[in-house]
Design a protein around this ligand. Sequence first.
Ligand SMILES: [Zn+2]
Length: 82
Amino acid sequence: MNPLLTLASAVILPALLITLGYAGLCWISPFKTCRRCGGTGHTTTRFLHRPRACRRCDRGMRLRTGRRVFNVFHRIRSEATR
Ligand SMILES: [Zn+2]
């Protein structure tokens, strides 16, 4: 067996599996819990620790990065074919 083919399949196959797995994850559950606020939707200020709304999420859930990229490409395609 060709060692270059073995090396290429050893690199490409796991990368392909990881990519397809992440795409499936973004398709099945596009939202994930915000890490900044822990899913509560609000954080505390640095001084005085007063509660305030989390600026990175909407009510504790964030759109996954892969889903956000998919939405951008989908929007570009739908505007181009309009
Ligand atoms: Zn948050």
